[in-house]
Design a protein around this ligand. Structure first.
Ligand code: SF4
Ligand code: SF4
Length: 335
């Protein structure tokens, strides 16, 4: 497995990592099988989050069996204030059964207000710096979905890594990663299969593996067999795409190009306080990650408040049929 240096962290990470979202629907044995397959195939980077329910705990269980030092662990928290971030780091350490985490990230930073809060006197960044000084975490990163927010955070020069969505449908990540590289940062690709929207896993992973501005990609997997397949795809990075493969990619770009939510929140505000991107994100987990119960538990029936005014659709840069999509999501997840 090809390895790359994760920017200024100097961690020598495998180009393929393991994404922690799908682990939530597994038990200890499945998690252990996946991480054992990872270890046996040179995959040494595992990304999780406090928000991914039992994902950290399952990884912690597997780490204890397989040897903590065989992996670099990245986790993250959506806390923006000092006290909650401090508490989240401790909770993550406990769940992961370790005394240190190589990379801890501000998860899903989405607005200028959040950036301000993170860097305020009692902000999350202070807790991250303290944890770093105490040896609880080694490096600080962030994840974001909006290019302008990612770019702003990169330019602070206060982070070691950026985690951003990238694949042949979502190509905006290229500019984000190239800027991050100019700032010496490590680059982590989330949603390498576009949250499950890309159907051809091999082409998607090979496409990303060819990009020199990517250090590690973190697809989630259903089981150890899928992880082995991913390894074989990433190892084919050097093989050029055939005309047929390029045409398959182009076809998929055309097909998916406008038909899924990118969580940019440009559609807000909804006069009826419907968190549109959140509902569509949960629906994506329901339909693509097969996390039906997980998604349904978190869905609050808020689409019942939709009066179909269509205001949101006039603001969506991707021209999504939001009303139609919300109705379909509600039908699947309503209580
Ligand atoms: S159509 Fe529904 S979701 Fe969109 S702005 Fe109007 S009430 Fe909100
Ligand atoms: S519905 Fe459109 S505007 Fe709203 S978050 Fe999704 S992609 Fe962005």
């Amino acid at each position: 497995m090809q390895k790359r240096t994760l920017g200024k962290t100097n961690l020598f990470v495998s180009l393929l990592g393991v994404g922690g979202i799908p682990l939530q629907r597994f038990d200890e044995k499945n998690a252990l099988d996946i991480l054992r397959a990872a270890l046996e195939n040179g995959v040494n980077f595992v990304d999780t989050a406090k928000a991914y329910t039992k994902s950290e705990a399952l990884i912690g269980y597997a780490l204890e069996k397989l040897g903590r030092d065989n992996f670099f662990i990245a986790s993250k928290s959506k806390s923006r204030d000092y006290a909650s971030m401090k508490n989240d780091i401790l909770t993550s350490l406990e769940a992961l059964r370790t005394d240190h985490i190589e990379l801890y990230q501000c998860h899903c930073v989405a607005s200028d207000e959040e950036i301000e809060k993170i860097f305020s006197e009692d902000g999350a960044y202070k807790a991250l710096l303290e944890a770093k000084a105490e040896g609880k975490i080694s490096h600080i990163g962030f994840s974001a979905h909006k290019p302008e927010i990612a770019e702003k955070l990169i330019k602070t020069d206060k982070f070691d890594t950026v985690q951003y969505a990238y694949n042949y449908i979502e190509v905006k990540g290229k500019e984000v990663f190239e800027l991050a590289k100019q700032h010496g940062m490590g680059t982590i690709v989330m949603k390498p299969m576009c949250g499950g929207a890309v159907r051809n896993r091999e082409l998607s992973l090979r496409y990303i593996a060819k990009c020199e501005y990517v250090d590690v990609m973190i697809p989630g997997v259903d089981d150890d067999k899928q992880l082995l397949q991913n390894v074989s795809y990433v190892e084919k990075a050097e093989i050029p795409f055939t005309d047929e493969e390029l045409s398959l990619i182009n076809k998929e770009v055309e097909l998916l190009g406008h038909n899924f939510c990118r969580k940019c929140d440009y559609c807000q505000p909804c006069p009826n306080q419907i968190n549109i991107s959140n509902v569509l994100m949960l629906d994506g987990y329901y339909t693509r990650y097969d996390l039906k119960d997980w998604a349904k538990d978190r869905y609050d029936d808020s689409v019942e408040r939709c009066v179909e005014c269509g205001e949101c659709e006039t603001r969506c840069p991707y021209e999504l049929p939001i009303r139609e999509m919300l109705k379909a999501a509600h039908e699947r997840m309503k209580h």
